[in-house]
Design a protein around this ligand. Structure first.
Ligand SMILES: NC(=O)c1ccc[n+]([C@@H]2O[C@H](COP(=O)([O-])OP(=O)(O)OC[C@H]3O[C@@H](n4cnc5c(N)ncnc54)[C@H](O)[C@@H]3O)[C@@H](O)[C@H]2O)c1
Ligand SMILES: [Zn+2]
Ligand SMILES: [Zn+2]
Length: 370
C-alpha cells in the first residue's frame, strides 16, 4: 500500500513528507494506522548527524501508538482494531536478556539502527522509488501507516487515549525508568536531574514517585525549570554548580545520592559534572546520548569514593511489561501524560516540531495524524 511518511535522505538533513510503498504484514507482523507520535531527541540526533542510520533514506519516529489495521498470516496475539504502543526495542522473550527480565537489552536491539527486518537482514518494509527505506527503531512512527514486528508492538487498553499513550513508547519509559530502576531512587534520596526535556521531565516524575526528598532539576531554559516543579521537582537551577551546592547543603556536604543525565546532546563534560555532584558510593545514571568520546573524571575519585556510573537504555525497563504498568499508573492518576504535551503538529510540520524542541519550547511535541 501507499502511505504518507516523513523520511530523511541523509544526515545531517531535514524530514520530507513523501509517499512511500509499505509492505503488507508478513507472519509475526502487523500493519498499524498510526494515531500519534512523540518527537524525541533521538530523531534529532539523526537530523544533525550525531547519530547515523545504517541505511538512507530513513523514515523517522520511534515513540508512537496506533490501531491495528491488518495482522500478518499465522500471527497470534493481535487482532484488527487492537490498540498498540510501539517499543523502539523489540523483545523476543527468548534471548538471554529477555529471559532474565532485561528486555531493553534484547539481542534484536542491535538491529534497530539498521532499519531492516530484525529477523531477515537486508529486507525492508518500506520503499521509496523502488529503494529500501530504513525504519527508525524498526517501527517508523512518522508515517500514517506502518508495518512492524509483533515483537515491537505492545497491546494496550482501548480506553487510554493514544495521543498520550504514545509518549510511554520512549520518553516516559526512558526517563521514569532512569530514576526508578536505573538509579534506583529510594525514599529520602537527594536526586539531581540534568536536562529537562521529554526524557528528563519523566526522570523528575519518577524520582518524586520513588519518594526522593529532594528532586533538583537543572536546565538552562527557564520554561523547563518551571515545568519541572509541576512534575515533582522540589527546586530547579540553571547550572550544575548551583545544583551541586544545594545537594551538598542537604547531605552534610556529601552530595546527591543520584544524578541522572538526560541532556539533549550529552557530552563527557556533562557526565563529569554529574560525577562531581554525587556523594561517595552515589550513582550517575547516563541516559542522554551524543557523539563525544571520553569522560573527563578523576579516576582516583571514581575508585576511592566508590562512585558508580550506570548507563541506562530504555530506562532499564522491559517494554512488554512496563509500558502497561506505566499506563496503569496514568489511569490511576499517579503518572502525568497529558501535561507532557506542549504542542501538537501535523506530519508536514515535523521539522517545525524539532525546531521547537531544539529551541527549548517544548516538553514534548507530538504529531497527531487524522
Ligand atoms: N538511553 C535511552 O534509552 C534514550 C532514549 C531516548 C532518548 N535518549 C536520549 O536522551 C536525551 C534527551 O532526550 P530528550 O528527548 O529529552 O531531549 P530534549 O531535547 O527534549 O531535552 C534535552 C534538554 O537538555 C537541556 N540541556 C541542554 N544543555 C544542558 C546542560 N548543559 N545542562 C542541563 N540541561 C541541558 C535542554 O535545554 C533540554 O531541555 C537525548 O540525548 C536522547 O537521544 C536516550
Ligand atoms: Zn526516544
Ligand atoms: Zn530478546
Amino acid at each position: 500500500m501507499k502511505t504518507q511518511a516523513a523520511v530523511m535522505r541523509q544526515s545531517p538533513g531535514l524530514w520530507e513528507t513523501v509517499e512511500v510503498d509499505l509492505d503488507e504484514p508478513r507472519q509475526d507482523e502487523v500493519l498499524v494506522k498510526v494515531v500519534a507520535s512523540g518527537l524525541c531527541h533521538s530523531d534529532a540526533h539523526l537530523m544533525v548527524g550525531d547519530m547515523l542510520s545504517g541505511t538512507y533514506p530513513i523514515c523517522g519516529g520511534h515513540e508512537g501508538a496506533g490501531v491495528i489495521e491488518q495482522v500478518g498470516p499465522n500471527t497470534s496475539g493481535f487482532q484488527v482494531g487492537d490498540h498498540v504502543v510501539f517499543s523502539f526495542i523489540p523483545g523476543c522473550g527468548r534471548c538471554r536478556w529477555c529471559a532474565a527480565g532485561m528486555q531493553n537489552l534484547c539481542d534484536y536491539g542491535s538491529r534497530i539502527l539498521e532499519g531492516d527486518r530484525i529477523t531477515e537482514h537486508g529486507s525492508f518494509r518500506m520503499q521509496l522509488d523502488g529503494k529500501p527505506v530504513a525504519q527508525m527503531g524498526g517501527i517508523s512512527t512518522f508515517s500514517q501507516y506502518t508495518t512492524a514486528s509483533t515483537l515491537s508492538t505492545v497491546k494496550v487498553p482501548k480506553e487510554i487515549p493514544l495521543d498520550k499513550a504514545c509518549l510511554v513508547g520512549c520518553g516516559v519509559a526512558t526517563g521514569w525508568g532512569s530514576a526508578v530502576v536505573a538509579g534506583p531512587v529510594r525514599p529520602g534520596d537527594t536526586v539531581i536531574v540534568m536536562g529537562i526535556g521529554g526524557v528528563g521531565i519523566n526522570a523528575v516524575q519518577g524520582a518524586a514517585h520513588a519518594g526522593a526528598s529532594h528532586v533538583i532539576a537543572v536546565d538552562p531554559v527557564e520554561f523547563k525549570r518551571d515545568k519541572a516543579k509541576e512534575f515533582g521537582a522540589t527546586e530547579s537551577y540553571a547550572s550544575m554548580e548551583e545544583a551541586t551546592e544545594v545537594a551538598r547543603s542537604y547531605t552534610n556536604g556529601q552530595g546527591a545520592d543520584i544524578a541522572i543525565v538526560t541532556v539533549g546532546v550529552t557530552t563527557g563534560e556533562h557526565v563529569a559534572q554529574a560525577h562531581t555532584a554525587i556523594r561517595k558510593a552515589g550513582t550517575v545514571v547516563v541516559t542522554g546520548g551524543g557523539p563525544t568520546v571520553g569522560i573527563p573524571i578523576p579516576v582516583v575519585e571514581l575508585a576511592m569514593m566508590q562512585k558508580r556510573l550506570q548507563g541506562a537504555l530504555y530506562g532499564m525497563l522491559s517494554p512488554s511489561a512496563d509500558i502497561l504498568k506505566l499506563l496503569r499508573l496514568y489511569q490511576e492518576g499517579s503518572l502525568k501524560l497529558d501535561e507532557l504535551v506542549t504542542r501538537t503538529y501535523t506530519l508536514d510540520q515535523v521539522n517545525e516540531g524539532f525546531a521547537d524542541m531544539l529551541a527549548g519550547r517544548n516538553l514534548r511535541g507530538v504529531i497527531v495524524f487524522d
